[in-house]
Design a protein around this ligand. Structure first.
Ligand code: UDX
Length: 433
């Protein structure tokens, strides 16, 4: 089938490449000239395993263009995968989605199925369909098709998805979507295909992401409690995980979740609930616990070093999780701000995200390309991201290079025994120090 994809960000590009991989002819549209040029030379603006490889492999049936008119006109199906950033009040900003809809309206001359991949508040698909069909001679059907990909495993998460969720309100687009995804429901992918109404599909996305975020906040709260009662969160989660109803995923206690989805999607659903006079209390608690959790180590440092002014600290790991240079809502950001506000001299290290951080962060800190350099003469160090380089760093080096070896580990990278053996002052999350 002929598919156009509006937006070549994470969601748009991965969707496009995967649709090409299963045999469809895909044309990607973006307003960013540099990005399109880069894609045309078969380079991906983001790093994702297999992405560039599949761009090259399918280059005879995946194209990149600024010319949205032609792309939308020729496509049978148009995917919208543009950003829906968070507004100041937590609601989702749909300006980019509507901008694409206006362009679609001004371009096409035959009936079309429009698929919304971007995460949008419940009811948006209905609104978009109304908007597209208003004073229009042709008919638009809108389908909701949320994505569940995680950064770092995006291509695999799309091709070997846990499920494909498609919400439609009319038979025609229901059939078209079934046909589009047919190859993914067969060998070797065997992805379950779930057809439902549009509002349910929109809700599946929020309910799934917010549940995962809730799991993290829940285990972080339990971890904090473990510290009070002398239990060890690693042992507690191990004990819990043998119950298959609980499972062992998304129960890793730490310094809180970040990224482009959980923070935004929890706030958006909470905002929507409030606006409908139906507050989602568990979602609110998830957000609040995460906000406090991000500064847990900073609060501990304040207890251990009542006078922080002039102290030297290292922050190890900047990205919101390993395997990406994405800094959105990363716990490192609020912690660095906290330390600078208290007059601490901060050096930072990250194996991948250093340049990206440098280009957007305006306050004065020292950028280091090795952990040895970052912790040199420091009074204390924070671990914010569990990069392999950080997890495998020799604990003895903290004692060797730091002024005083106080290590605050937000990702529980080391065992308590190993820290004791290395004779460093080690404080982690939910475990006895
Ligand atoms: C997430 C969802 O996993 C994905 O399905 C959705 O489509 C988009 O949001 P992503 O944001 O890429 O994906 O990262 P993920 O691996 O889920 O981690 C999110 C955050 O939670 C990270 O900051 C991570 O450190 C944190 N996390 C995750 C924990 O603190 N503990 C855990 O047990 C798991």
């Amino acid at each position: 089938m002929k598919v156009a994809v509006a937006g070549t960000g994470y969601v748009g590009l991965v969707t496009a490449v995967c649709l090409a991989e299963i045999g469809h002819t895909v044309i990607c549209v973006d307003v960013d000239q540099e990005k399109i040029k880069m894609l045309q030379s078969l380079k991906s603006p983001i790093y994702e395993k297999n992405l560039e490889e599949f761009m090259k492999k399918n280059k005879d049936h995946i194209f990149y263009t600024l010319d949205y008119k032609k792309a939308y006109q020729e496509a049978e199906i148009i995917f919208i995968g543009v950003g829906t950033p968070e507004r100041y009040d937590g609601s989702a900003n749909l300006d980019y989605v509507y901008h694409v809809c206006e362009q679609i309206k001004g371009s096409v001359t035959a009936d079309k199925t429009i698929v919304i991949k971007s995460t949008v508040p419940i009811g948006t698909n209905d609104e978009v369909e109304k908007f597209l069909n208003k004073e229009s001679k042709i008919h638009f059907s809108v389908a909701s098709n949320p994505e569940f990909l995680a950064q770092g495993t995006a291509v695999h998460d799309t091709l070997y998805a846990s499920r494909i969720v498609v919400g439609t309100n009319d038979e025609k687009s229901k059939k078209i979507m079934e046909q589009l995804y047919l190859p993914l429901t067969k060998e070797p992918y065997n992805v379950p295909y779930l057809s439902m109404n549009r509002r349910s599909a929109e809700m599946v996305k929020y309910a799934s992401n917010d549940f995962l975020a809730l799991k993290i906040s829940y285990i972080n709260e339990i971890a904090n409690f473990c510290e009070k009662v002398g239990a060890n969160i690693d042992e507690v989660t191990r004990g819990m995980s043998y119950d298959s109803r609980i499972g062992n995923q998304f129960l890793k206690a730490g310094i809180g979740y970040g990224g482009s989805c959980f923070p935004k999607d929890t706030k958006a659903l909470h905002w929507l609930g409030k606006s409908l006079d139906c507050e989602l209390k568990t979602v609110n608690a998830t957000i609040e616990i995460n906000r406090i959790q991000k500064l847990k180590l900073a609060q501990k440092v304040k207890e251990d070093f009542p006078n922080l002014k002039g102290k030297k600290a290292a922050v190890l790991g900047l990205s919101f999780k390993p395997g990406t240079d994405d800094l959105r809502e990363a716990p490192s950001l609020v912690n660095i701000d906290f330390l600078l506000d208290y007059g601490v001299n901060v050096s930072v290290y990250d194996p991948v995200a250093l340049d990206k951080f440098k280009s957007s962060y305006k306050r004065k800190i020292k950028y280091c390309t090795t952990i040895d350099e970052a912790i040199q003469d420091c009074d204390f160090a924070f671990i914010m991201t569990e990069w392999k380089e950080i997890k495998e760093y020799d604990l003895n080096h903290y004692r060797k290079y730091m002024k005083t070896p106080f290590l605050y580990d937000g990702r529980n990278c080391y065992s308590i025994e190993a820290a004791k053996k290395a004779k460093i002052k080690y404080y982690s999350i939910g475990r006895p120090s």
